[in-house]
Design a protein around this ligand. Structure first.
Ligand SMILES: *Cc1c(COP(=O)(O)O)cnc(C)c1O
Length: 355
């Protein structure tokens, strides 16, 4: 068995892969593949309906929230959000908590003014900023709820009087939060939900239709809402696999149940990082991500040796992002705690050999 700590695309439940492979060969004994049926058929409509309904149920969304599955990755939303919400004389507030936030800021500047109300830059993004004010006259406030690269996470969602927007690409469905506190949530699927190529979008339609610019049809959220997320051919296979993952999550007990498992995994790994003399966590304890644990070795010349040591134990995907170095273990929903136990065991064994 391979222990898959990849940051994205990343681990999904094995049973989802099994069901998805069957569906590619012969979907529901129709003699047809899920890949070769029309998206307007009742067969695919049922997939889209169930996927959207599961999102509403698992996130306990208010009745007015709309759920869409859109083409493109989260990076598309860096542009599509301001295109739909920000006019060129208006200001949007953004938080800068690392690479993804910075990229979102860059795109928003193409459409209007951006006020960066807080940044973790001085600490090299090892903290989530705490004391800052969001201007009441900004159109919206954007946060990256989990910083996949630096391994930090907003543990408390900030309260705002203006619409709150969250890039939840790497912690969607991983923990209990009030999803209705957000007026718009987006997440690329490939970290915690499904294959790359589709975005989940949850939007409060009351915030739409206020900008003066003409929005290309395919970019206008209202068109996708009107057409029930079938404005054009959706990424059918990616939506199908998301639906299977959401079914799996529901059967497991939903978000509260997975949160418990995720807490246990993160506690186990961070406990070892904090107590092992060879390793140090890179992020302030209270801001650590439960999805992406980043850590380095106190003696960096041992890092290569440790990486090879873990490879022999079938541990894959723990090499850190080049901006942080060291290691990053991604602990997404589908990763079993047994894989974390193997990693922790490897850290202990390595320490006996090298401390
Ligand atoms: C991975 C990631 C993205 C980018 O996703 P793409 O699908 O590659 O566009 C954006 N934001 C966060 C938080 C991510 O983890």
């Amino acid at each position: 068995m391979v222990h898959n700590f990849n940051a994205g695309p990343s681990i999904l439940p094995k049973e989802v892969f099994e069901q998805a492979s069957e569906a590619v060969l012969n979907y529901q004994n129709s003699g047809l593949s899920i890949l070769e049926i029309g998206h307007r058929t009742s067969t695919f409509q049922a997939v889209m309906d169930e996927a959207r309904a599961l999102v509403k149920e698992l996130m306990q969304l208010d009745a007015d929230r709309e759920v869409l599955f859109l083409h493109g990755g989260a990076s598309t939303q860096f542009m599509q959000v301001p295109m739909n919400l920000l006019d060129d004389k208006e200001t949007a507030a953004y938080s800068d908590t690392g690479v993804w936030g910075i990229k979102a800021i860059k795109e928003a500047k193409l459409f209007g003014k951006v006020e960066v109300v807080c940044t973790g830059k001085e600490s090299n993004y090892t903290i989530i900023p705490k004391d800052f004010a969001v201007p009441n006259d900004a159109k919206y406030f954007h946060i990256t709820t989990n910083n996949t690269i630096y391994g930090s996470q907003w543990q408390k969602i900030p309260k705002t009087s203006i619409p709150l927007i969250g890039d939840m690409s790497s912690d969607i469905f991983s923990r209990v939060i009030d999803f209705n506190a957000f007026d718009l949530i987006y997440a690329g699927a490939q970290k915690n939900m499904g294959p790359a190529g589709v975005n989940l979008l949850v939007v409060n339609p009351a915030i739409l239709g206020k900008v003066k610019r003409a929005i290309p049809s395919i970019m206008d959220y209202r068109n996708h809402i009107k057409e029930g997320s079938m404005f054009n051919t959706p990424p059918v296979f990616a939506v199908f696999v998301c639906m299977l993952t959401l079914r799996w999550l529901k059967a497991l007990g939903g978000v509260p149940a997975i949160e418990k498992l995720n807490d246990a995994k993160a506690t186990l790994l961070y406990h070892e990082i904090d107590n092992n003399p060879l390793f140090t966590g890179t992020v302030a304890k209270e801001d650590r991500s439960k999805m992406n644990a980043c850590f380095v070795m106190n003696n960096p010349s041992l890092e290569e040796t440790f990486l090879n040591f873990t490879k022999q134990k079938n541990i894959v995907g723990i090499k850190g992002h080049r901006l942080v170095g060291g290691f990053r273990a991604s602990l997404y929903n589908a990763l079993p705690i047994s894989s974390v136990e193997i990693l922790v065991q490897a850290m202990k064994e390595f320490t006996l050999l090298h401390a």
